[in-house]
Design a protein around this ligand. Sequence first.
Ligand SMILES: C[S@@+](CC[C@H](N)C(=O)[O-])C[C@H]1O[C@@H](n2cnc3c(N)ncnc32)[C@H](O)[C@@H]1O
Length: 230
Amino acid sequence: MDSFNLNRKLAQLALLQRIELADRKLMEKRKIFGRYLFSKIFSKYFINTKKISEEYTKIMINELNTIKKYTANKKSFLSIGAGIGGLELLILKTFSDVHISFIEKNYVSSKIRYGWDDLNREGYNDLDLLDKFLESNEISKKRYQIFDFDKKIFPTNKFDVLLSIYSLDYHYDFEVYSNYLKKVMTKDSILIFDTIRPKYFENVFERIEILKEDSNTVHKSKRIACSVFK
Ligand SMILES: C[S@@+](CC[C@H](N)C(=O)[O-])C[C@H]1O[C@@H](n2cnc3c(N)ncnc32)[C@H](O)[C@@H]1O
């Protein structure tokens, strides 16, 4: 597959959403100049957009492989915290009759703090750019819909597959969405997300399967596929 072609603004967002895309020099600048200048200046003007596009594409292809067995023959997807949507774009390209609803934030925090965020204040996205990214990759507007988390108007239909890759319960509490998820999941829906406390979810769902383990990252986490709320 050809690499995505991210312009500077998209490459900057991809980098902020996937800090593993930062090279050593950039991480040093972050350490020396702090999070504000990193988020505003260095992440935008001190990057190689081609390299970020290529690396981001590789990461997203790997992510698709971790969830692929749950995507076959599924039609209706929800993605919570998709970032610029590389994984979702691959899903839309691979399966021609899929529709994806996105719930995301529409701002970039001025000093992004990675890790657990009790108040769920951090945001690192721009919904116009997400829209343009999908559109410029020839995805028809009929195949996706974007919802701004802060406007509190969410899709009400049932979903086959619900994704939250490194967002829900990785950066902020599952409780932010748990009541909503109960309304939009059926007994056949699959919810896939990354968490640092997989055991906790054994009491929340009837079935859990571990899809991936990240043991060499700062936040050791597992990607779990869950179905049926208890
Ligand atoms: C670490 S990034 C992951 C992005 C993407 N899923 C990926 O794997 O590259 C986390 C994303 O969650 C978004 N986010 C934070 N709080 C959110 C919320 N309450 N609802 C939806 N998205 C949220 C952020 O704006 C950010 O784009």
